[in-house]
Design a binder for this molecule. Structure first.
Ligand code: DMJ
Length: 856
């Protein structure tokens, strides 16, 4: 935990849910970073680290861990460490004492994971208790029915390496069986796989399919298993899937999820950050062009936000704002540089390193970005940062002689652990089953993009990559908000104009109601005054109308979730700028619905002082201490607005409310928004922010240690620059800001606090089967009535290279100001099931809902 400078021990910190499943009290970061030390030529440190692992690590802990994470990080880390330990030993200088101890640990761990495979399908349970295995009452796991495709399909490299290193064939056999099962279950007409699968029945639970979260390394391991094990069946499977990916998912430069049964239908309008590994895999396959294109698009998104947000929309807006310092983009940059030799990729790497140093480096390491928009941090540095990010960035700039062994003799696992290629000819006793006959002859055009040897195709020609990037150079900046692309393309292909766009819909317009009826969409008036939209495809006038209705409903969902987001104020940042922090520590803060709006004004900078009484609920007894400063107040006992008025009257230039619930943290709790007191709050002119207890205590601890602590309250952390380290900033800026005191309008609220997450509970996503508008007025507010132009086909087109059409521009403006608008639309509850055609669609949407909640 790089902000609090401690290790994260499972059970000793508040649970973060699934993310913690990677932690098994087995010194994860130490093991995951073993082979990085050798790559970075820190051989002595590697030797020490191996000794520490052998001395301290216990694998027999009563902890439930993820089988996938334990495999790729711990088993992979031990095997990577072993691979390089024996390489060093052979060289004769280091590790002379080493006697396969890491391999023995790996084997012990391998046996601990095997009970997870005790299913009829051979797909492993997603979790296992390291001490008690599975299904026994003490194990506290084994009731799960589903796992992700990547979770079951990312074992073969580590398990086969373990078998081949030790001669114990059982590991490779189990991993192969799981892969065979997944292959059997692929959707036969599209040749795609879903995101999650039932480990007992083999039914797809989530039928959306992409190359990012939940599936990514399944594809990676098919191709790499072929490279490591030389088994053609893996290559044939990979090529079959790759053909499907390029046919349906790849829309260069985008990679968009589709439905496995309806692969021409996009399943989402956003992409996740994990797919950034895919260009690297395409390099391994030899398909350089789309790799260059997707990588270029991702780089432009990064340039916009400094980091790749966890998810971003097809028009490149932030969808999920966090960034846990994922390495996938650096990985692809490394492989593209190797493939093309284009120095452009060194420039890309330099930008990555500069951004890490500028925005993520903190006194005890590198902190994950909680929100790329504000630059705020999370007290988290995942082990993959050292295992992968450091390794790939170092290798990008390393010359051959900088590395003490030949990296070409190894293959990278998904966690960038190194396994020697000589394993392919060792202990080959595991037979190649199911190899022939199953693979359909692929159309040759599948390989049109493939260049098996880049040196032959463009020897020393860096301009090759540049010529591919050139047409895309403004793809992100000049992008226009998109609709649902595939749907749009299809409707224009047939020359059809959608009869009604969701954004134009007015519930009071009889013509619109007529069109809805034709499309099989009915309006249900609920007792509480709300209206629900439900589509029954069989009630549509024709199958074309039914499809139009489906599109209309899908657009409505998009619109609704966009509007849901617009109601929320974005998070703010508290940045500690005084010595010794100098802006390096940025805390995520909740906004207030009253007081100075930091998104419209310059940041407020000042020293902090605790108010007396600390709860700020009455006139302050220490006005001299808070005068001209940012007052710290504890949450509770009175309204937030009352606290704000009391500190403002005492002369404070801003306020930070610290949560009184001990242990609360923005890592584990949803963003918190302070509401007014139901009265007019225009009199409150100072900015107010909210910190959970953990973040608050970082400031309180700093005061105890350094007395004078200066902070910056803003909507986005200020770049850390030498200014912060040298300058003693006077607080005049704040004074003038305070005096200018522009009026901030605030809607009246009856509650003290708005918890943004729980306010989302009635959102459409929770009840995707039917749509309910809050009331007729709000229904009308969906439709921008001031819209002047009539939508035409052109309005929907997006020109990747050029300008947006009029409507596009209009939409762009809307999206840019989205945080200011408050259309106040809410969606209601499910009323009735829908027919079988729609049910299929709804299942997919339910799956998205799950995905939104638990993915990544
Ligand atoms: C890593 O642990 C592995 O690369 C995994 O396959 C997915 N991504 C994470 C880091 O983002």
């Amino acid at each position: 935990m790089p902000l609090t400078c401690r290790g994260r021990v499972r059970g000793q910190e508040p649970s973060r849910g699934d993310v913690d499943d990677a932690l098994g009290k087995f010194s994860l970061t130490l093991i995951d970073s073993l082979d990085t030390l050798v790559v970075l030529n820190k051989t002595k440190e590697f030797e020490d680290a191996v000794r520490k692992v052998l001395r301290d690590v216990n694998l027999d802990n009563d902890v439930v861990v993820s089988v996938f994470e334990t495999n790729i990080r711990v088993l992979g880390g031990l095997l990577g460490g072993h691979s390089l330990a024996i390489m060093l030993k052979e060289k004769g200088e280091y590790m002379q004492w080493y006697n396969d101890e890491l391999l023995q640990m790996a084997k012990q761990l391998g046996y601990k994971l095997l009970p997870a495979f005790n299913t009829t399908s051979g797909l492993p349970y997603p979790r296992i208790n390291l001490k008690f295995g599975i299904r026994k009452p003490e194990a506290r796991t084994g009731t799960e029915t589903d796992t992700c495709t990547a979770c079951a399909g990312t074992l073969i490299l580590e398990f086969a390496a373990l078998s081949r290193f030790t001669g114990a064939t059982i590991f490779e056999e189990y991993a192969r069986k799981a892969l065979d099962f997944l292959w059997e279950k692929r959707q036969r007409s599209s040749n795609l796989v879903g995101v999650t699968i039932n480990i007992h029945t083999g039914d797809w639970v989530r039928k959306d399919s992409g190359v990012g979260a939940g599936i990514d390394s399944y594809y990676e391991y098919l191709l790499k298993a072929y490279v490591l094990l030389g088994d053609d069946s893996f290559l044939e499977r990979f090529n079959t899937h790759y053909d499907a990916i390029m046919r349906y998912i790849s829309q260069p430069p985008l990679l968009l999820d589709v439905h496995i049964h309806k692969p021409m239908l996009n399943a989402r309008t956003w992409m996740d950050a994990l797919l950034a590994f895919f260009p690297g895999l395409q390099v391994l396959k030899g398909d350089i062009r789309p790799a260059i294109e997707t990588h270029e698009m991702l780089y432009q998104v990064i340039k916009k936000h400094n980091f790749l947000p966890e998810a971003f929309t097809t028009d490149f807006r932030v969808h999920w704002a966090q960034h846990p310092l994922r390495p996938e983009f650096a990985e692809s940059t490394y492989f593209l540089y190797k493939a093309t030799g284009d120095p452009y990729y060194l420039e890309v790497g330099k930008t990555l390193i500069e951004n890490l140093n500028k925005y993520a480096r903190v006194p005890c390491g590198f902190a994950a970005m909680k929100d790329v928009r504000t630059g705020s941090h999370e007290d988290r540095m995942d082990s993959f940062f050292l295992a992968e990010m450091f390794k790939y960035l170092y290798l990008l700039f390393a010359d051959k002689e900088d590395i003490i062994f030949d990296i070409e003799d190894y293959i990278f696992t998904t966690e960038a652990h190194l396994l020697p290629l000589w394993l392919s000819t060792t202990n080959q006793s595991i037979s190649k089953k199911n190899t022939t006959s199953e693979y359909t002859e692929l159309d040759d055009s599948n390989f049109d993009w493939t260049c098996p040897n880049t040196q032959i195709l463009f020897p020393n020609d860096p301009l090759y990559a540049q010529s591919i990037r050139e047409p895309l150079k403004n793809v992100v900046d000049k992008s226009c908000p998109r609709g649902i692309i595939r749907v749009r393309e299809e409707s224009f292909r047939s020359g059809a104009k959608p009869p009604l766009r969701a954004r134009d819909f007015m519930a009071t317009n009889p013509e619109h109601l007529e069109i809805l009826k034709k499309m099989g969409v009915s309006l249900i008036h609920l007792k509480d005054g709300r209206v629900q939209l439900v589509q029954h495809a069989i009630q549509a006038a024709s199958s074309i109308d039914a499809e139009d209705g489906l599109r209309f409903m899908q657009e409505m969902i998009e619109l609704s979730s966009q509007q849901q987001k617009e109601q929320q104020l974005p998070p703010r940042a508290v940045q500690i700028v005084s010595h010794p922090f100098f802006g390096r520590v940025v805390l995520t803060a909740g906004p207030a619905q009253f007081g100075l709006d930091l998104s419209k004004h310059k940041e407020t900078r000042g020293f902090v002082a605790s108010s007396k009484p600390y709860n700020g609920c009455s006139e302050l007894t220490n006005p001299e201490a808070v005068m001209g400063k940012i007052a710290l107040i504890q949450r509770g006992q009175c309204m937030f607005a009352e606290k704000a008025r009391n500190i403002q009257n005492a002369g404070a230039i801003g306020g930070i409310v610290i949560d009184d619930n001990e242990g609360s943290s923005s890592d584990t709790a949803p963003l918190f928004q302070m509401a007014g007191d139901g009265k007019d709050t225009d009199d409150i002119k100072i900015p107010m922010l909210f910190l959970f207890s953990k973040e608050g205590s970082i400031i309180l601890d700093a005061i105890r240690e350094y007395e004078e602590v200066e902070v910056l309250l803003s909507d986005k952390a200020k770049d850390r620059d030498p200014e912060m380290e040298n300058e003693e900033q006077p607080s005049s800026e704040n004074d003038s800001q305070n005096q200018s005191g522009e009026q901030i309008s605030s809607s009246s609220q009856e509650v003290d606090l708005v918890d943004q997450e729980s306010s989302e509970e009635n959102s459409l996503n929770s009840h995707p089967e039917s749509l309910s508008l809050a009331n007729m007025d709000n229904a009308a507010s969906i439709s921008p009535s001031e819209q002047t132009s009539n939508p035409t086909e052109n309005h929907e087109t997006t020109n990747l290279n050029g300008e947006c059409t009029d409507l596009d521009n209009q939409l762009q403006e809307q999206s840019e100001t989205e945080e200011d608008s408050n259309p106040n639309v809410s969606w209601g509850k499910k009323v009735q099931p829908i027919d079988s055609i729609l049910a299929d669609w709804n299942e997919d949407i339910e799956a998205f809902e799950m995905m939104e909640k638990d993915e990544l």
